[in-house]
Write a protein of this length. Sequence first.
Length: 346
Amino acid sequence: MMASDSRQIPRISLHDWENRKNEIQKEIMHAAENVGFFIIKDQDTPSRADIEEIFKTSEAFFQLSDEVKGQTPFIREQNTGWEKRAQIRPSTNLPDQKESIQLQYHRRKDQTWPQVDDQIPDFHQTVAGFMEKTQVVSMRILSCLAIGLGLEEDYFTKIHDITSNEAMTTLRLLHYHETENRAIPDGHIRAGAHTDYDFLTLLFQRTGEDGLEVCPGRECYTSFGMSDVWTPVKASTGEIVCNIGDMLMSLSDDRLKSLFHRVRNPRTGESRKARHSIAFFNQPIRSAIIQGPLKKYPPVLAKDFILDAARRNYAQGEKERLEAVQNSKFQYPDSGQTGIILSANA
Ligand SMILES: O=C(O)CCC(=O)C(=O)O
Ligand SMILES: [Fe+2]
């Protein structure tokens, strides 16, 4: 196969998973090793209806006032909460033109989840249910990668218990604002180029809300790299865009590729409407140790891996985010936690 062919974004069907597991495993491993991005389709769960439902819930959340959303501000130490144009990528040094909220399953009964069920019926149930379903398909995909890496099939399942108090798996709802009434300021971009920090990201998009682009062949995780060759990943409701994150690149001694990606701005003549997307970041429990069989990198605790990545990538913006916490009525759930909030994900 020509190098350029292997750099296309593969599309992999999970249809008839039970019977086709071996074949699917090989396809997923090949994609993870040669490209780093792949599109999953025909999964049993979450269904297209589940995905449409969570997008509706997400849209309803972002329609709430900033004051209401600000009651669950972003907290770096937990990687939870809402931020608006507060994430600054090293590739741009400017805030992404978006807002997002990050939620963790095991914290669903605490104040890091917005108390909005009176305004958005079943908010908690819909979001928690979607996480449960996305967890199932995530573990299927990760089991394929475990086999390909010569690990026990349930290696990732064991360290991804989303009900554990140590869990770091995070669901992120994203809203890129419409540009009809407010133009994107010069030099800014909806989401600047970055790699994700987790093991595996599952991203949901909606047909007609394009903009995601990847930079095949520019994989790296310890330093910043960028090129001008960007490949669009067309948005299609029901499909799942998967990408390997830095943590899995490290755990595989660089065998699996963590690729740069970004969300570009609408071009002249394109829709100026909002874009919504939903990311599910598979991150292991805090005490998991990240080191590959070849020991290419020193062992590191998963929680430190995430924090180190945040420190490397987010040097600015703390003051504004800290003010956002102070201006909210938010009480830190874990005693003694104060101060800097930064996005630990992506
Ligand atoms: O919204 C998207 O399509 C991409 C989001 C993303 O890359 C991230 O949040 O890490
Ligand atoms: Fe990302």
